[in-house]
Design a protein around this ligand. Structure first.
Ligand code: HEM
Length: 156
C-alpha cells in the first residue's frame, strides 16, 4: 500500500501541473480579455484544488509514515536533519514549499466565489495560480536534482 500511495503522489504531480497551467492561462485570458466569469473556469480551478488537496493528504502520510517518514525513521546518532540535504529536503523544504503552493491554489479557487468584479477575480486568481505554479516547479524532486531527485513517473 505504501508504494501505491507514493506512486499516486508522484503521478498527481502531472495532473496538478496540467490543471494549474490551464488555470493560469484561463485566468490570464479572462483578466486581459476583460471576459465575463465562466462556470467552466470555476470547474477547472476546483479540480486543480481537489488534485492539490489529495496530494497534500498523500504527502502528509509520506512525511509521517512513509519510507523516510519521521515517525518511522531514526536518524543516526549525532546526525542533524538540517545538515543532511536529503532529510532537510523531504522533511522540511518539500513539504513547506508544497503546502504554501496549495494555500495559493486554494486562494486562487476562492476568488471564484468572491463578490468582486470579474476582472479582479481573474487578475487575483492569475497571480495566486502563477505563484503556486512557480513554487511547485521549484519544490518538486525532479529527476535531474542531485541527491533528492526522483523519477518522472513511478517505476522508471
Ligand atoms: C503539489 C503538491 C506536491 C507535489 C506535486 C509533490 C510531488 C512529489 C513527488 C513527485 C515526489 C517523488 C515521489 C517518488 O519518489 O516517486 C514526492 C515525494 C515526497 N513528497 Fe511530495 N509533493 C507534493 C506535496 C507534498 C506535501 C504537502 C508533503 C508533506 C506534507 C509531501 C511529502 C513528500 C515526501 C515525504 C516524499 C518522499 C516520499 C518517499 O520517498 O518515501 N509532498 N512529492
Amino acid at each position: 500500500m505504501q508504494t501505491g500511495l507514493m506512486h499516486l503522489h508522484n503521478l498527481l504531480r502531472w495532473i496538478i501541473l496540467i490543471l494549474l497551467v490551464l488555470s493560469v492561462l484561463q485566468a490570464y485570458a479572462g483578466w486581459t480579455g476583460k471576459k465575463a466569469f465562466k462556470a467552466g473556469d470555476k470547474k477547472t480551478w476546483l479540480f486543480t484544488m481537489i488534485a492539490a488537496h489529495t496530494t497534500l493528504l498523500l504527502g502528509l502520510y509520506q512525511v509521517m509514515f512513509g519510507r523516510y517518514g519521521f515517525f518511522v525513521t531514526t536518524l543516526p546518532e549525532g546526525m542533524s536533519m538540517m545538515k543532511d540535504k536529503f532529510y532537510r529536503f523531504y522533511w522540511l523544504e518539500h513539504p513547506t514549499t508544497m503546502i504554501l503552493a496549495i494555500v495559493f491554489i486554494t486562494l486562487g479557487y476562492g476568488m471564484s466565489k468572491k463578490q468582486v468584479t470579474d476582472e479582479i477575480k481573474y487578475k487575483k486568481a492569475f497571480m495566486y495560480f502563477l505563484v503556486a505554479l512557480l513554487l511547485i516547479l521549484a519544490g518538486v524532486p525532479w529527476q535531474f536534482r542531485e541527491i533528492v531527485g526522483r523519477p518522472y513517473f513511478p517505476g522508471m
